[in-house]
Ligand binder design. Structure first.
Ligand code: WTA
Length: 677
């Protein structure tokens, strides 16, 4: 099946590539270059292959270390490379304590509530320091958590989320934040995998004008985790309105605790930061992969912090005096690396926005930008497409000025890029299109904003110290700059890459390295290209254009959903015999899943079943997984060996010609399915 998928995607994506015209370049504005952190062309040489891996010392030196490392890169056990071995540091210290002498009275975080009538909250570095310390004291004393333990967070976009993350980092507790839009069940799966005894959540948050009861998901999560053998001892609940409980769900005696009731016991307490080893785990971030079970990407302290700090400085161009707004959710890797750890390590003021960008109208983001005088803006193509559709003229109405804008998470169409550049950026901002993944910790491909020209729709070359290449299915490199589609790999190790998949080294090796590694015993990193799972083309100028996933992952609004996860959730509907999920292009979200189901014998097609499938996906995974359409089909198109031909289904769902289907075991079913289109 993997082969079918791969071929199917490659054919269609490659065709798209052929029809692309080369886009024109845009020069970075002179005003941007004049103030940029990285303007020195030498950096390309310094981070060139001849200086690998020593180049990454520059990133490590942006951090404060308790003990300096002795070995830059331990290559003894590929692909489990270790960076900055012997080094000791603390991520929280680097994001908070070290800024106090110079910046204690400067805003670290701005919290923008969704309701516009509520004031924006500004938290200085000094206050962040105090809040983090008292919560760290609570975690240690009240929850009994200690270095190396895990804790699961299921927190919405509120100010307390980075406080909790930093408090965990301070005492060496591994945090695993689950996107708040995920269901209680999805949270439970992650609690079980991480073996967390403590769940940290919130009573409620605003989304699209409604105050949503979030605590009810905690009850489901704890109950479901219990069924799978993981007992959650304590649930800590932050209040959206301190002092007031905003959820309807009652508290469970002895298990649920309102943080604001307990916290006064720890006022004024200061907790010494743990001196973590560089390769100790900082956090887990679960992501979808090719098999059903989400993978816990396990990120390190030293390598990760060095990498996100370096890339935040050079690619995001963050200075301490900048007001930086990344509109992603902290529940995704983008939020961890480029709302919390990277920007705070550089003493920036980072904005946390609770709401939906188009609520109450598409002017909201630009009002926030004006109000806070945001000068660096970071969002996804999905958000840009939505804002462009609903409010194409809104940005012009507001008096804000961006120097720098980022796009991340999906390919951006050149037309949409140009609206972002002309209308949102008012032709004054530089744009970086950053390609990377949960697994990679930080950016892989992007232009260096003051040094490279921009090209709409292309991420750009590898960022400093990253050497990408396009391989064919046999592992042979395509000629450089050939504009031919293939699999993009990163040839070398880099400090931001995850250590492994939590609890599953074998899966880590198989997923990312087995595909192109020819000699498992080789100690030479050249034999271990990192397989990203994306198709891409490289243009003659060395810019990479990312085509999308080649595996069973659907990118919905920049978020990864595994087709297998969606299919197994669909099978929970009792009437369903078989399910197949395919990605279908969507004008706003990039792609949406369509679900094809066949029914058990004797059961008649019924719209109620379609509804059930849709509701089940929302309940099991979250509203983000709601299908664009549920198709009830008499049978799945299958090969003679019985494999479902998802490629055929994907073509029908997209209104395209499924091509030659005569080799199928049941070609007649294709026409029957087409009738429903
Ligand atoms: C896709 C998000 C095109 C890609 C940071 C990748 C992109 C997956 C881009 C990772 C981009 C991310 N252009 N595609 N600039 N950035 N992707 O783990 O398919 O949520 O493999 O990390 O998103 O998604 P993830």
């Amino acid at each position: 099946m993997a082969d079918e998928k791969t071929t199917g995607t490659e054919v269609s994506e490659a065709q798209i590539a052929v029809h692309w015209k080369e886009e024109e370049y845009y020069e970075p504005p002179v005003s941007f270059i004049a103030q940029a952190n990285m303007t020195d062309e030498d950096v390309l040489e310094r981070f060139g292959e001849q200086n690998f891996p020593n180049c990454f010392k520059e990133y490590a030196d942006m951090l404060d270390w308790y003990e300096y490392w002795h070995t830059l890169l331990d290559e003894s056990n590929p692909p489990f490379w270790k960076w900055f071995v012997g080094g000791k540091l603390n991520a929280c210290y680097n994001c908070v304590d070290r800024h106090l002498p110079k910046y204690k009275n400067k805003a670290a975080l701005h919290f923008v509530p969704e309701p516009e009538g509520e004031p924006i909250l500004h938290m200085t570095y000094q206050e962040l320091y105090r809040r983090v310390n008292e919560f760290a004291a609570l975690l240690k004393d009240f929850c009994g958590l200690k270095r190396g333990d895990t804790v699961t967070l299921h927190m919405p976009m509120i100010l307390e989320l980075p406080i909790v993350m930093l408090a965990c980092a301070r005492i060496g507790v591994i945090h695993s934040q689950v996107f708040s839009g995920f269901s209680g069940k999805a949270c439970a799966d992650r609690i079980v995998d991480a073996k967390s005894k403590v769940l940290i959540t919130a009573d409620a948050y605003y989304r699209g004008g409604n105050l949503i009861d979030h605590k009810e998901k905690a009850d489901i999560a704890v109950a479901e985790a219990e069924k799978d053998g993981q007992h959650v001892e304590k649930v800590l609940i932050w209040q959206r309105y301190p002092g007031k409980y905003s959820a309807k769900t009652p508290l469970v005696e002895g298990r649920d605790f309102i943080v604001n009731d307990i916290l006064p016991r720890y006022y004024h307490q200061i907790v010494e930061p743990e001196r973590m080893n560089a390769e100790d785990t900082l956090f887990l971030m679960y992501t979808s992969g090719t098999t059903g079970k989400p993978k816990g990407a396990q990120h390190s302290t030293g390598g990760y912090m060095a990498y996100v700090t370096g890339t935040s400085k050079w690619i995001q161009d963050i200075h301490p005096e900048d007001v930086y707004w990344c509109m992603a959710d902290i529940g995704w890797i983008t939020g961890h690396s480029y709302i919390v750890y990277g920007p705070l390590a550089l003493a920036a003021s980072s904005v946390i926005f609770e709401g939906v960008p188009t609520h109450p109208d598409a002017g909201r983001p630009w009002r926030v930008a004006e109000e806070l005088d945001v000068n660096i803006f970071h969002t996804s193509p999905t958000a840009i497409r939505a804002l462009r559709r609903v409010g194409p003229d809104e940005p012009a109405k507001y008096n804000y000025s961006f120097k720098h804008m980022t796009t991340v998470g999906e390919p951006i169409e050149p037309e949409v890029w140009r609206w972002y550049y002309n209308v949102v950026g008012k032709k004054k901002a530089v744009i970086v299109d950053t390609w990377w993944q949960t697994e990679t910790g930080g950016f892989l491909c992007s232009t260096i904003p003051a040094l490279h020209k921009m090209k709409p729709g292309s991420a750009g070359p590898g960022v400093p110290g990253i050497y990408p290449e396009i391989l064919d299915d046999n592992g042979d490199p395509l000629p450089r700059g050939s504009n031919k589609a293939g699999n993009i790999v990163i040839r070398n190790p880099w400090p931001g890459r995850m250590l492994t998949i939590w609890g599953d080294d074998e899966r880590f090796l198989n997923q990312y390295y087995a595909r192109y590694n020819k000699d498992r015993n080789s100690k030479d990193w050249h034999d271990w290209p990192y397989f990203a799972g994306d198709g891409a083309v490289e243009a003659p100028d060395g810019y990479f254009r990312i085509l999308g996933r080649i595996d069973d992952v659907i990118n919905v609004a920049g978020h990864r959903l595994g087709t297998k996860e969606l299919e197994s959730a669909s099978l929970l509907v009792p009437e369903v015999a078989e399910a197949a999920v395919v990605p279908v292009p969507d004008p706003i979200k990039g792609h949406r899943p369509h679900v094809f189901v066949s029914l058990k014998p004797g059961i008649q097609p019924d719209p109620a079943i379609q509804q059930k499938v849709s509701d089940t996906l929302a309940k099991e995974i979250g509203p983000i997984a709601k299908p664009g359409k549920v198709w009830i089909v008499p049978d799945m198109p299958k090969t003679r060996s019985g494999k479902i031909m998802r490629r055929v289904l994907a073509a029908i769902a997209a209104g395209k010609d499924p091509g030659d289907v005569t080799t199928l075991a049941n070609p007649q079913v294709v026409d029957e399915i087409k009738k429903q289109a």
